[in-house]
Write a protein that binds this ligand. Sequence first.
Ligand code: SF4
Length: 76
Amino acid sequence: MFKVTLERNKCTSCGTCEDTCPEYFELAEDAFAHIKGSKKAEVEELELEEEDCFMDAAENCPAMCIHIYKDGNEVL
Ligand code: SF4
């Protein structure tokens, strides 16, 4: 089980996550990233069963505000 979190207050609106993984990320109306399918919040989170492009988005986020947890342990 994976959990993706996004600290929106650290997002610089660069758009890399949306380019890398549009299945899960988009820039919202306020220009900060949003995890699709998550509740809009200062820290958004979404639980997912399978590894996917959100790993690449987390690796490539220049602000390091996307975090990935696998079975409760932070892996990115
Ligand atoms: S890659 Fe990071 S800094 Fe850039 S828009 Fe996405 S969350 Fe924000």
